[in-house]
Design a protein around this ligand. Structure first.
Ligand SMILES: *[C@@H]1O[C@H](CO)[C@@H](O)[C@H](O)[C@H]1NC(C)=O
Ligand SMILES: *[C@@H]1O[C@H](CO)[C@@H](O)[C@H](O)[C@H]1NC(C)=O
Ligand SMILES: *[C@@H]1O[C@H](CO)[C@@H](O)[C@H](O)[C@H]1NC(C)=O
Ligand SMILES: *[C@@H]1O[C@H](CO)[C@@H](O)[C@H](O)[C@H]1NC(C)=O
Ligand SMILES: *[C@@H]1O[C@H](CO)[C@@H](O)[C@H](O)[C@H]1NC(C)=O
Length: 670
């Protein structure tokens, strides 16, 4: 007893001391946008916080990922098993020990909520959260939300958690309503008249139907044959997919397939898929499901309905997919928000998890947004603001960002297509040449402000205007990068089907492959200006020869993509000077620093000089972090007297943890 008491005193003393040495983890000067504080959150309200624990070797996974995704590498497309990914992502025992000790010291239950054991959740009062993390939780309202959210402008870590905790959520992430890419910006016309299932390419913009898309991109109509090749469509903010509308859509626009072909429903965080055939608010989910069912003929289709707020939903989606015994091979997501609304730590953690999904052979496609260069700024009042706004998740370099085009003769970038450069993620090696080529074309007096060292997006593009869907029983025209993305994802699924049938690995993380074969497998789109809803004279980017931040490297040529995927197209047959040559040399540079990374191909083309500094720069950041972690870990280990083992204490993984404070109001989903 006495011993315990003195121990408790000792710990409370430690806490008092460390409270003065709290390290600011993330902070904002003010609540962004139109969020308004309604005062402090009641001290006794309970919060459920998710804590992301630092992975043990993210640099190693990154090196491995570049090696397995780069054409020409000796281990190209040798995707990792769940356990192999976990060996990189699982926190070190020093990290789990530090977090578990912190939790038990403060009487908290930390529940592991992810298969990689890199996320835990704790439930505590507002008063305790404020105290432990030097936070000031307040209740915030937003004019377009009926609910309030509980957030803090600043969150700090006690020194014993620094380097061990990467994210505490929710803290400083303020997500504005309107996470849908598709129809939130008002330029998408709902065109309520029945249109014939034809593709008249003599029209200025045409009417998009599955048959039309098949014809312009050479997509086969023959059904896929492989059952272990699911295409997953994600849905957030209460979007639901109507089976009756899908059936009517297939009857009308794919008369050659069985109209009862449907999808399997998966649900997460209380998401569901109520069937209200007269409901017309669900244009996003119906567009996504109709153009995957309509293009990815015969591919097993799954619809994941995710409840709760968008940020929590995105991170729960990643852990959910990692936990699936039979994960999909392609995931299509048509939702995004400005990067800054997530905050750096949360966006980075979600992005790293996309990397780990890609390393398992899952292709992740995200829409590039419909706000042109002004991302979430799609309001006419902001047209004079030349600070461009990047959108996430598509700005993550480990996903494929899909932009939108219009017309046929020639196909051009549509004015709303989201495009630009991340403020959070540095330029990845696979696109450094392509982006450099574009930046050289910008006039020296270009008025737009953006991060020219950031990851450029989109990577590719596809038609995105006037897609015919059935909504509430009626044929309607809708558009957006929301339409382009499920269609591009469907093309990847059809290629995967043929790869699996031929006994070859699926495409997995796409970008090095797409940039490598850009000049043969994509049609370069060279015209357009993405000023969005703003007047054409407004400052924005122009499409041009080679990669550009409107259409990426271009639109798909199905048979060329297939040939490249099957290994029939000779590697290096491309010679677009604007196309990155992601070479084995990059891999070599990296593998020298990580023994987990396998042999690359030889780096004899000299590009190591070109890419080396970038990769080394990226890595050295990680190495410094690793070093800090190791030092901290050793420190913890010594203090504990050499018994740093705690993992047996974990509760079983439970993925459906309800986040009591993350319920956001309905988004205005027109
Ligand atoms: C922690 O979990 C245990 C077992 O589930 C429970 O008995 C206890 O009340 C929990 N403590 C807190 C502080 O939630
Ligand atoms: C312009 O937009 C940027 C990015 O959202 C913002 O930080 C800045 O405050 C805006 N400037 C003005 C004058 O509104
Ligand atoms: C954007 O392009 C569409 C389709 O060509 C056109 O109807 C619209 O007027 C354009 N918007 C602006 C603001 O120029
Ligand atoms: C390859 O490059 C050469 C010289 O720059 C050019 O003439 C040729 O058209 C290019 N071929 C292809 C397929 O792009
Ligand atoms: C989703 O629907 C539920 C139940 O109708 C509602 O409570 C919630 O606020 C909605 N959320 C969004 C983001 O629209």
């Amino acid at each position: 007893m006495t011993f315990r008491k003195s121990l408790a005193l000792f710990f409370s003393h430690m806490i008092a001391v460390s409270a003065r040495r709290m390290v600011v983890h993330e902070s904002l000067a003010a609540a962004p946008g139109s969020f308004v504080s309604q005062g402090p959150a009641p001290a006794t309200d309970m919060l459920t916080l998710r804590l992301a624990l630092a992975p043990n070797n993210i640099a190693g996974l990154q090196a491995k990922m570049m090696s397995i995704s780069t054409p020409g590498s000796s281990e190209h497309r040798q995707w990792l098993s769940a356990d192999e990914v976990k060996s990189f992502v699982k926190p070190s025992s020093a990290t789990t020990f530090a977090v578990m000790k912190f939790a038990s010291t403060h009487g908290l239950n930390a529940t592991v909520i992810s298969p990689h054991e890199d996320w835990v959740s704790i439930t505590l009062s507002v008063a305790q959260a404020n105290d432990l993390f030097a936070a000031q939780y307040q209740v915030y309202s937003h004019p377009s939300m009926s609910n309030t959210i509980t957030r803090t402008l600043s969150v700090s870590l006690p020194p014993e958690l620094v380097g061990h905790i990467q994210v505490i959520h929710p803290t400083t992430a303020f997500l504005k309503p309107g996470s849908r890419t598709g129809s939130t910006t008002g330029h998408v016309q709902h065109n309520k008249r029945a249109t014939p299932p034809s593709c008249d390419t003599s029209l200025a913009s045409g009417v998009m139907t599955p048959a039309c898309l098949q014809s312009i991109y050479g997509i086969p109509a023959t059904p896929a044959t492989q059952s272990n090749n699911a295409l997953l469509v994600t849905a957030y903010v209460n979007q639901s997919a109507q089976k009756a509308d899908l059936e009517q859509f297939l009857e009308l626009l794919r008369p050659d397939v069985d109209p009862s072909e449907s999808f399997t429903l998966l649900s997460l965080d209380g998401g569901n898929d109520p069937q209200n055939p007269s409901d017309t608010k669900d244009d996003e989910a119906n567009l996504d499901i109709q153009y995957t069912a309509g293009i990815a003929t015969g591919v097993p289709l799954k619809f994941l309905s995710v409840g709760g707020d968008f940020a929590t939903g995105l991170l729960d989606t990643t852990t959910f997919i990692h936990g699936l015994e039979d994960p999909p091979t392609v995931v299509s997501t048509s939702y995004s928000l400005s990067e800054e609304s997530f905050g750096f730590t949360l966006a980075s953690k979600i992005c790293d998890t996309y990397m780990s999904l890609g390393a398992r052979g899952i292709s992740l496609l995200f829409s590039s947004g419909d706000g042109g260069v002004r991302g979430g700024h799609d309001d006419i009042s902001e047209c004079k603001n030349n600070t461009f706004v990047a959108t996430f998740p598509n700005s993550c370099p480990w996903v494929t960002s899909v932009g939108a085009t219009i017309g046929f003769g020639p196909e051009t970038a549509v004015n709303f297509t989201g495009g630009g450069f991340s403020n959070y993620f540095p330029i990845p090696s696979y696109q450094s040449d392509a982006v450099a080529g574009f930046l050289e074309t910008l006039p020296t007096d270009f008025q737009g402000t953006f991060n020219s060292n950031g990851r450029g997006y989109p990577d590719v593009s596809l038609q995105g205007v006037n897609f015919q869907i059935v909504l509430g029983g009626e044929v309607t025209g809708v558009g957006g990068t929301s339409a382009s993305t499920p269609t591009f994802a469907s093309i990847i699924s059809l290629i995967n089907d043929q790869l699996i049938a031929a006994g070859k690995p699926v495409l997995g993380f796409l970008n090095p492959f797409l940039y490598y074969y850009a000049s043969t497998a994509l049609t370069d789109i060279t015209a357009g200006h993405n000023s969005g809803v703003c007047p054409v004279s407004t400052v924005a980017f122009n499409a041009g020869v080679g990669w550009d931040p409107l259409t990426g490297s271009g639109t798909p040529i199905f048979d060329q993509l297939l040939a490249a995927a099957m290994g029939v197209a000779a590697p290096g047959s491309y010679n677009d000077t604007n196309t990155v040559h992601t070479s084995g040399a990059v891999v070599d540079t990296v593998s020298a620093l990580s023994d987990d990374s396998a042999t690359g191909t030889d780096g004899s083309d000299g590009s190591v000089r070109k890419y080396g500094p970038i990769i080394i720069g990226l890595l050295s950041g990680n190495l410094v972090l690793l070093l800090i972690l190791v030092i901290l870990g050793v420190g913890q280990y010594i203090r504990r007297g050499g018994t740093a083992r705690q993992s047996s204490k974990y509760a079983p993984v439970k993925l459906r943890e309800e986040d009591s404070m993350s319920k956001m109001a309905p988004y205005d989903v027109e």
